[in-house]
Design a binder for this molecule. Sequence first.
Ligand code: ATP
Ligand code: MG
Length: 714
Amino acid sequence: MRDFLKDLNKEQREAVKWVNGPVLILAGPGSGKTRVLTYKIAYLLSLGVKPWEILALTFTNKAANEMKERAIQLVGDIAKNVTIGTFHSVFAKILRQEAEKLGYTKSFTIYDQDDSLSLIRNVIKELNFSEDNVNPSLAQAKISNIKNALITPEVFLTLAENQFDEKIAQIYKAYQQSLFQRNAMDFDDLLIKSVELFETHPDVLEKYQTKFKYILVDEYQDTNRVQYVLLKMLSARHRNLCVIGDDAQSIYSWRGAEIRNILDFKNDFPECKIFKLEQNYRSTKKILRAADSVIKNNTEQILKNLWTENSEGDPIVVLECKDDKDEAEKVVHFIKEEIRKNKYNLRDFVILYRTNAQSRLFEDELRREGFPYTIVGSVAFYKRKEVKDLLAYLKVIVNPKDDESLLRIVNFPNRGIGDITIERIRAFANAKGLSLFEAMCKLYAIPGLTERARRGVYNFCILIQKYIDLKDKISAGELARALVDDIGLIRYYKQEGTPEAQQRIENIEEFLSAITEFSNENPEDGTLEKFLEEVSLVSDIDTWENKRDAVTLMTLHSVKGLEFPVVFITGLEEGLFPIVSSFYNIKELEEERRLFYVGMTRAMKKLYLSYAKRRMKAGNMFEQRRSRFLDEIPIELVIQHTSKDDRRARIYETSRVRSQALNLSVGLLVEHEIFGIGIVREISGYGDNTRVLVDFENFGRKLLLLKYANLKVI
Ligand code: ATP
Ligand code: MG
């Protein structure tokens, strides 16, 4: 084995070699944190630690795979058996092993966001709360928050301060019961049920505490409360817990991540050894200085002194654009220029934005230029209708109690099982305490079904039963192929004959290839259950491939941990980035700034920042103001790009907006006769139709027709 520790600097090496007891590695972007974690795995193995004694937790499955591959390069195949994965995938596996102890079966289904939302809708209906009163998505978000704070429905009911909370408590309770009846867990359950398992079964906890002698966690700043509790439980015996992170890159507090976890580590593990890594290997001096000046505006942070031996580098380019379309054109223009001048490949570029909706114009423009691109987080493959339909069939075959999946496909393709039939089956199932499938199998006892419906139900039961019987006899790939054939899915779409249907056929074929490949790669244990588990845990970024030479497009949240030679951060406008909701809340604003910091520090050689002065939103043009973040970068690090055309356009624009909008611009304070004082948020439309969106101090948000509003600027 070669001396791989030579690849590290002194501080990194020390951090790698310190293997016993709690360790906190706190360091800025590009300082080699992820590299240290990977090398630590290799180092532990080289000391003779067994691969199954190591547990490494990462933020995405993609990062986990890369880490494993790198460790294999360093110490060989022994690294294959290290447990590396996301919290969700690791604990899903543990739960699968121990499911029966919690009253589930090993083949429990994992519900994604959509499945969980449709279940919440059903629950709201069954409780007779109308959807107008309780918005299902809101209920879903709220329940998820409560669950992640480890609060049970019963406790939440005692905490409820108003009727709405009481309703949420009831929905939460019924939702958990329904999940259990369906032998299903949602994403949150994968962690919460693990805590429950460990709390109620000390012997099981002990088993895993003994097994995992070394626990390593990357991107620790984005762990939430439940993840923290799990780490504390699992590491209690050996206390060999090494957490790695950067408080300045914490960007998931809206999902419940607690920056406190990193700040409090010292209190929880007073004997912990702290390492700081200060040399940045990723970016140029200018990029690093710019990022540093931005993050300094946050009040809450641990000071870090980041330096680099890399070159000074090019200035940061700020692109001022006429409108969002012009922004897309400029970005693509500069990609072309960089390729021409500096010989970059397309894969060296990433275009980042705050919201997914911004991607469309860049896509159009890249297509026009004939540049291939990959977009992370568009409708993910496994979320497409035809793929979800097929998955629903497979889920029912694995877990016939899964009513949500069953409802999705019971009448697709059409079997004459309409809504009325389903209601009758449901009523029967509820009365007898059965799942829908169990009820359907007792078809002759269900009152009021028509002959046609009866035939449909009968055929459906026979079909599902056939595949339940086949499940353990043939491979997952073979089963899926036979099923597609049996239900005539491809024939169904062929008859439709539209280009969209053709696309669906291609996706079904792609899906069949994926599942066949899975079966071939896992000849021993490639069960259907395992395939479904992998599929339900893939995230957007996991399906991204950087092997193809293509420009990458993604949101700022997805780009964490990655690096690119040339980075474009777009839409740097007040209200978009920072996003509008952060205007009123300093904590949120600081999180937006950290997100900007994460974006900037992805750049190795060159950073472009762009904003549009006007942007189309929902069919209306809005005047935009450049983001305050741009003003936080020292002017000497920046060159501003304003094309001649732009200058002319700007004079024209300004005079036009002036004359029409009475000197109004976004951000100004105004006074209205009735509503009093407010702040202008958006100006849209032209001439007589000019409208102003104002947030009034006492009357909230109002959209006013400028002509009649009689606003005074104050
Ligand atoms: P982030 O905070 O963005 O996740 P990080 O601290 O995890 O960053 P890495 O991704 O591990 O940083 O490293 C950044 C880059 O620097 C990588 O390309 C890595 O290979 C390189 N690098 C790190 N340490 C060294 C080193 N000692 N010698 C050469 N290159 C290094
Ligand atoms: Mg990293």
